[in-house]
Design a protein around this ligand. Structure first.
Ligand code: 8OZ
Length: 374
């Protein structure tokens, strides 16, 4: 079982094991500002080799759900400083997930009630989460987006750069660019979403242009060894479809090979669901994707995600199929997941009802083993 529990260097980040806490939206940061409860939640999970925070909006425009944190207010950066300090004091490492939701938003969350922006002006058939006047939360249809003008795109790239800088200044060990799950970068990648006729639409090269501009800007700002990206080649989340995911994601990873990123995070199958989910006319070949990346000279760690259990994670790392494995739901319910996996002890089960929104219940009150024994 060895390797999974051994230290390694992930880009510039020294980690004490290869178990990663996956990004998990929890909607517990009112005003987009990380608070004491969030500090406690991340501190409890610091024995992960690396924590990837929940998606964190780079701008208010990039925000699509109520009560998710941001990086665009001084108070939010102060809140994150307390989170990074707590994780570091507990011996952990933490990167922030840089998020722009694109069209997966609602006018009530946008600056001046404006339309959300995207690669397209077609509405996503998906829902988002807003807070009503009486303080209760509800899921609601997303608002119709506005397709970004070609000339505006550089401004969004700049927003990613600035957020990455602010993140490092707030004490993060690095950043993960959110390129997955039907959000803005994915809205450019996907043939079923991107209907542009400028240099950001049409061919694979054009649809991937925005992603590479973001990677370029962020790596130049904070260093490739502190930059990572998350991709979800077949995930249909947020109305995301592609006729031929294998081709575009192969092009993407081959292009990423020249950057010495900290890691490439690949969601295998449908995020949080079916590992065998398929888009296009054939099953996605993750092994071929990894091989294409290595053949192109890519040296970054390959981080895999989705439905791994202890044995699958051990096997993935021992076989070299992956360098790191991330766990989502198991980290919600087990603050000391690493110890439980190491000792092969039973796991607490996560409660779906408390995933999104609320307080400490279902957030910071899952017991660690020592608390259970006490
Ligand atoms: C669940 C609920 C809301 C957002 C993602 C950031 O899928 C999310 C998300 C997940 O990447």
């Amino acid at each position: 079982m060895g390797k999974l529990f051994e230290p390694t260097l992930v880009g510039d980040i020294a980690v004490r094991n290869r178990i990663v806490m996956a990004p998990l939206t929890r909607n517990r940061s009112p005003g987009a500002i990380p608070n004491d409860l969030n500090v406690e939640y991340y501190r409890q999970r610091a024995s992960a080799g690396l924590i990837i925070t929940e998606g964190t909006a780079i701008t208010q425009q990039g925000q699509g759900y109520a009560d998710v944190p941001g990086l665009y207010k001084p108070e939010a950066l102060d809140g994150w400083k307390r989170v990074t300090k707590a994780v570091h004091e507990a011996g952990g490492k933490i990167v922030v997930q840089l998020w722009h939701v694109g069209r997966v938003s609602h006018t009530s969350l946008q600056p001046n009630g404006a339309k959300p922006v995207s690669s397209t002006s077609t509405i996503a058939k998906t829902r988002t989460y807003v807070i009503n006047a009486d303080g209760t939360g509800t899921f609601t249809e997303t608002s119709e987006p506005r397709a970004l003008d070609t000339a505006e795109i550089a401004g969004i790239v700049e927003d990613f750069r600035r957020a990455a800088r602010d993140a490092i200044d707030a004490g993060f060990d690095g950043v993960e660019i959110h390129g997955a799950n039907g959000y803005l970068i994915d809205q450019f990648l996907r043939s079923g979403v991107n209907d542009r006729t400028d240099q950001y639409g049409g061919s694979i090269e054009n649809r991937a242009r925005f992603l590479f501009e973001v990677v370029d800007a962020v790596t130049k700002e904070v260093g490739a060894g502190r930059t990572a990206i998350r991709l979800s080649p077949v995930t249909p989340s947020n109305d995301s479809t592609d006729a031929d995911p294998q081709s575009i994601f192969t092009y993407v990873v081959e292009g990423l090979a020249k950057y010495k990123l900290a890691f490439i995070h690949v969601v295998e199958g449908q995020t949080g669901g079916d590992r065998n989910f398929q888009q296009g006319d054939k099953p996605f070949d993750y092994k071929a994707l990894h091989l294409a990346y290595r053949k192109a000279g890519g040296q970054s760690d390959w981080l895999v995600n989705n439905g791994y259990d202890r044995q699958a994670a051990i096997d993935a790392v021992e076989s070299g199929r992956a360098d790191l494995v991330s766990f989502g739901k198991p980290f919600i319910a087990n603050p000391d997941l690493v110890e439980r996996l190491q000792k092969d002890l039973p796991l607490n089960r996560p409660d779906q009802a408390t995933f999104y929104g609320g307080g400490s219940n279902g957030y910071t009150d899952y017991p660690a083993l020592e608390e259970e024994a006490a």
